[in-house]
Design a protein around this ligand. Structure first.
Ligand code: GLA
Length: 631
């Protein structure tokens, strides 16, 4: 049994193989307190749960014993899901505004359920039990004054030493409630003499997920994204490390978000040296109107504790994502070694050029050709045609099905690039439906790469693009799709847009993988701008970065490898001098670096010398030999 309720102590005791997580209900008002998270505690029937860790027998005591000093309790007690505006001055997990304009919310325990399953989160990607048995604790909390109910959901993955968390809010009032903040998880750790560091992953375009470690100081330290995607700049992750933690030893508490949009990940060191870690949707510009009877699901946080340093944490995440997040037939299958024409031709290609690449590539042992950006509408540069998903047969010099057949005839699989969420103003789609692009009425829409974002929160918009894309995919046997997304969101016209947009993208992706279960989907966002656990649920591999320089890649892939298995990290050997950095590295260095990922090529084989061709043949043989071991 991984989850117990110990009635006499009013304590919930969650166990995984090596960790325990305890919370308890205290006082007549039913506050939910966080008791313990860390190395496994031995449960025995006759020993009381260690609720003394909450120190409610010491000043300031609980409100029923010392209500004249209620604030001291509220502002120091380790809250499992802290409210807002009522005396806890640390970071809140939730904030709301009532129809009358009042703020202030505090959620108290009402009842609970312990079930032997993991409920899915409506519309959101989430981890699933697979062959494992999972126990779930659902804590029903409420603020009866406002009429807001909240379910805190905890599922234990015992073998992986992971506890997943999420929150579902429900409006039980007779009128709308405006939710202005809802974190998915909060972890209040007791103050100790220990010093802690925090670890985050910072970046930019072409420099994603660089490890940054710093001492946790008093106050709040956070990373986040308000870009509508998880972002190049910060990763939806935060870890708290004992200051002595290394790769293999020391304590690590990790939180990772299964979500592809705005996020906030934060650690706060309070006046009493207690630590509050929170993770959830970024509250900036977030306002969710929750109507009477409606629910809102906050995305999942995958939380883990390791007493074996960063390696322990990484193993937990890899096991978790390989077994309980990545789906589809390619999850455990060898991935074809691909060649992508982007850096070989950019927009300047036709059927003959592509066939030449495929022909030469197949002689080297490469197994798939991917036709990148530029095959649709009238797109010869990045200024037009996004939204017009019909094949540019004039440019290709033939039909798509002819191209696919001729590629297949060489024994090479065929992949294609799409960017379904975007629109250029120079497109038939925009001319017909200018209101489908996200914009704030009266304001000049913010272009990026000369493109606007389609409003994927609207079903009719998704349906139109889905039908267009299916009409292309049905022209031949497509083996692989690279789903790109090349700009961040601006012009956020409403408080629900950023969330509804991400759910719209998920809805589209779910429809796509359901209709084409054999297609290998690779995510991409200007390189690695949306490399996150939410995307991994739909696409078993994601392009790590537009920077293919082998030296820069070692850092990018190292940071990415904290959570993501090697089999998910898109990595290619490209030409030198490298197109992003101008650096020249040996083919050997480039090969080894790409092998620590999905492995493929992104160059023009016609420009290779005979020695280089021979070296590539050898690289491919080596990779084939070790592929399953590496993965
Ligand atoms: C993004 C991708 C690249 C390539 C281009 C095409 O930058 O990350 O790999 O597909 O778009 O426009």
């Amino acid at each position: 049994m991984a989850i117990r309720y110990i009635e006499q102590d009013r304590t919930f005791w969650l166990d995984t193989e090596h960790t325990s997580y305890l919370l308890a209900i205290v006082d007549q008002e039913n506050f939910v307190g966080h008791v313990y998270y860390g190395q496994k505690l031995q449960y025995t029937e006759n020993t009381p749960a260690p609720v003394y860790l909450l120190r409610t027998g010491e000043a300031p005591f609980v409100p029923s014993q010392n209500n004249r000093e209620r604030v001291s309790f509220l502002d120091s007690f380790p809250m499992e899901y802290p409210g807002n505006g009522l005396g806890d001055y640390r970071e809140s997990a939730i904030s709301v505004r009532t129809a009358q304009g009042h703020v202030g919310v505090q959620l108290q325990y009402v009842s609970h359920e312990i079930v032997k399953e993991k409920p899915a989160l409506p519309g959101l990607p989430s981890t699933f039990p697979g062959d494992e048995d999972c126990d779930t604790l659902i804590l029903h909390l409420a603020d009866p004054v406002i009429g807001l109910a909240a379910d805190l959901i905890y599922t234990t993955f015992e073998e992986e030493d992971v506890i997943t968390r999420s929150v579902i809010l429900k409006n039980t009032a007779g009128q709308p409630i405006y939710v202005t903040k809802v974190m998915s998880a909060c972890l209040d750790l007791d103050g100790t003499d220990e010093k802690y560091d925090i670890l985050t992953l910072h970046g930019s375009w072409g420099r994603e997920r660089q490890m940054e470690r710093r001492s946790l100081m008093h106050g709040k330290q956070s990373v986040g994204s308000v870009r509508g995607e998880s972002s190049h700049q910060e990763h939806p992750f935060i870890a708290l490390l004992s200051a002595d933690a290394t790769q293999d030893a020391g304590e690590v508490y990790g939180m990772h978000f299964v979500y592809s949009g705005n996020f906030l990940a934060q650690a706060e060191l309070s006046q009493f040296d207690s630590i509050r870690m929170t993770m959830g949707i970024h509250p900036e510009n977030f306002v969710w109107k929750l109507e009477q009877g409606e629910s809102f699901a906050a995305p999942e946080v995958v939380m883990t504790y390791s007493s074996e340093g960063l390696s322990g944490m990484t193993h937990h995440y890899h096991d978790m994502y390989r077994g309980h997040l990545i789906r589809g037939e390619y999850r455990d299958k060898k991935r074809p070694i691909l060649i992508n024409n982007w850096e070989a031709t950019y927009f300047d290609f036709n059927t003959e050029k592509l066939l030449k690449i495929a022909e030469q590539a197949s002689k080297l042992g490469i197994e798939m050709l991917v036709m990148d950006d530029g095959w649709f509408g009238k797109r010869d540069d990045d200024n037009s045609s996004l939204g017009d998903w019909f094949v540019n047969e004039k440019k290709l010099g033939g039909t798509l099905s002819e191209l696919i057949d001729r590629v297949h005839a060489q024994g090479v699989k065929f992949g294609i690039w799409i960017e379904p969420e975007m629109v250029n103003e120079d497109s038939n789609l925009y001319r017909e439906h200018p209101d489908w692009a996200i914009q704030i009425p009266g304001k000049l829409p913010v272009r990026s790469r000369n493109q606007l974002i389609l409003d994927f929160s609207r079903k009719e918009v998704r349906d139109n693009i889905f039908d267009q894309i299916c009409a292309v995919f049905d022209q031949g046997k497509i083996d692989y799709v690279k789903w790109d997304m090349n700009r961040s969101m601006a012009d956020v016209y409403a408080g629900n847009l950023a969330y509804d947009y991400v759910l719209g993208v998920y809805d589209f992706m779910e429809r796509l993988v359901t209709r084409y279960p054999d297609i290998l989907l690779e995510g991409c966002s200007g390189g690695g701008g949306r490399f996150d656990a939410g995307m991994l649920y739909y696409s078993p591999q994601i392009w790590c970065s537009d920077n293919t320089d082998a030296i820069n890649r070692t850092r990018i892939q190292y940071g990415t490898s904290f959570f993501y298995p090697v089999s998910s990290m898109g990595a290619h050997v490209s030409a030198v001098p490298n197109h992003q950095t101008g650096r020249v590295t040996s083919l050997k260095t480039r090969g080894i670096t790409a092998m620590a990922g999905t492995f493929g090529y992104e160059l023009n084989p016609a420009l290779l010398s005979d020695e280089e061709k021979e070296e590539i043949r050898e690289q491919i043989k080596t990779f084939k030999k070790y592929e399953m071991l590496i993965n």
